[in-house]
Design a protein around this ligand. Structure first.
Ligand SMILES: [Fe+2]
Ligand SMILES: [Fe+2]
Length: 131
């Protein structure tokens, strides 16, 4: 059973955010299922690449709509990218980090979706933006 079961009930109502979150959940499920550090390394590289693009798009949306907590949301994106870079270094050193990929990272996505992303999307929708 995958660690994340993403469905339409988790949509925030902004098209690109919802589409990107589906991809992120699939990538995290792959990382959780992977057997060891060697299997995880390329999957993590792809996940980091996805996050960079996704975060930039969300930050662009926040700029466009004048979102009041842009600094806070952007700061969390930067924090998690730093964390992922540290995790990447540990994988390269051979640590498999099972608990991180099976618990911590899925939990982070859910919390981030439920807090900063949900509020950002609600604000954008109230400004008429659903794309
Ligand atoms: Fe997001
Ligand atoms: Fe976000």
């Amino acid at each position: 059973m995958p660690v994340l079961q993403w469905d339409d009930g988790l949509n925030v109502g902004v098209g690109f955010m919802d589409a990107d979150h589906v991809v992120a959940a699939e990538q995290i499920n792959g990382l959780a299922d992977a057997a060891d550090a060697a299997q995880r390394a390329p999957l993590l590289a792809a996940f980091i690449d996805h996050c960079r693009h996704h975060f930039a798009r969300e930050e662009g949306l926040m700029e466009k709509t004048g979102f009041f907590a842009l600094g806070c949301h952007r700061g969390e994106h930067q924090r998690v990218l730093s964390e992922l870079a540290e995790v990447q270094a540990k994988l390269e050193a051979g640590e498999s980090l099972d608990a991180y990929f099976r618990d911590d990272l899925p939990n982070w996505l859910m919390i981030h979706r439920n807090t900063m992303d949900a509020i950002t999307a609600e604000f954008a929708r109230s400004a008429g933006y659903t794309g």
